[in-house]
Write a protein that binds this ligand. Structure first.
Ligand code: ADP
Length: 235
């Protein structure tokens, strides 16, 4: 049984069908990439899975429990955690303080990290611990966003465009940190437009088009699928 099991997930916004019956399984030992053109439903999938928006139909189960529509806060407490494109931290506090606040929150049910310092080491921010979060360069701010999300001890982390706005070397360094998560028992599901990064990082790609899953499998296979090429390159 996969940790996350999505079945027949449907989401309508008025007359717009954003998700049209999605099935998806994700384990905590995997990096799964969600790709597809703009408007294909990627962000909506994250929003419905994490309870930001209610599902119109279908189910989301997490570690064997039905969590469909139980609400974003309750879902996050179950260690199914998402990040947003904009890192949500306290800009006036130091890097250390930001991570400590998240770590204190996550400690309640038992943290995988003995101290917040371990998280800073893990994401490569230890030398910047005393820096004010709001003064960090963009690449480091993105790492801080990851550190804050890790602070609450996720077992599955949903990352919405972690590479957006990063230059090539920052994106590569960030991908290297993400690749270290599944060996720690933290599954990753991410949305990103950088296909080179996705192909390298992901064990599996899921391609959405108009709210429907049109392909799923190892990146090399999926990116050569004629249906996928048509969506990206046109007929
Ligand atoms: P993607 O992340 O792949 O770009 P989205 O999930 O953002 O796609 O959008 C899928 C579809 O749902 C689009 O047609 C979009 O306009 C619509 N949509 C997304 N969020 C909302 C919302 N809050 N209200 C109305 N329509 C929405």
């Amino acid at each position: 049984m996969a940790a996350l099991e999505v079945r027949g997930l449907r989401k309508q916004f008025g007359g717009v069908v954003a998700l049209n019956g999605i099935d998806l399984d994700i384990g905590t030992d995997q990096v799964v990439g969600i790709v597809g053109p703009n408007g294909s439903g990627k962000t909506t999938l994250f929003n419905v899975v994490t309870g930001v928006h209610p599902a119109t139909a279908g189910t989301v189960s997490w570690q064997g429990q039905d969590i469909t529509n139980i609400g974003a806060h309750r879902i996050a407490r179950k260690r199914l955690v998402r990040t947003f494109q904009q890192a949500m931290s306290f800009p006036g506090l130091t890097v250390d303080e930001n991570v400590r606040i998240a770590w204190e929150q996550g400690r309640m049910g038992g943290s995988r990290w003995a101290s917040p310092g371990m998280i800073l080491d893990f994401v490569g921010l230890a030398p910047l611990g005393r820096a004010i979060a709001g003064s960090l360069p963009f690449g480091s701010l993105r790492r801080l966003g990851l550190a804050v999300a890790l602070g609450v001890s996720p077992e599955l982390l949903l990352l919405d465009e972690p590479g957006a706005g990063l230059n090539d070397s920052e994106a590569q360094a960030f991908a290297a940190v993400i690749a270290q998560l599944p060996p720690q028992g933290i599954g990753v599901c991410l949305i990103d437009h950088d296909m080179d990064m996705m192909a390298e990082l992901c064990d599996r790609l899921v391609v959405l088009d108009f709210g429907t899953k049109i392909a799923e499998g190892p990146p090399a296979e999926v990116l050569n699928d004629p249906k996928v090429r048509e969506v990206y390159l046109g007929p």
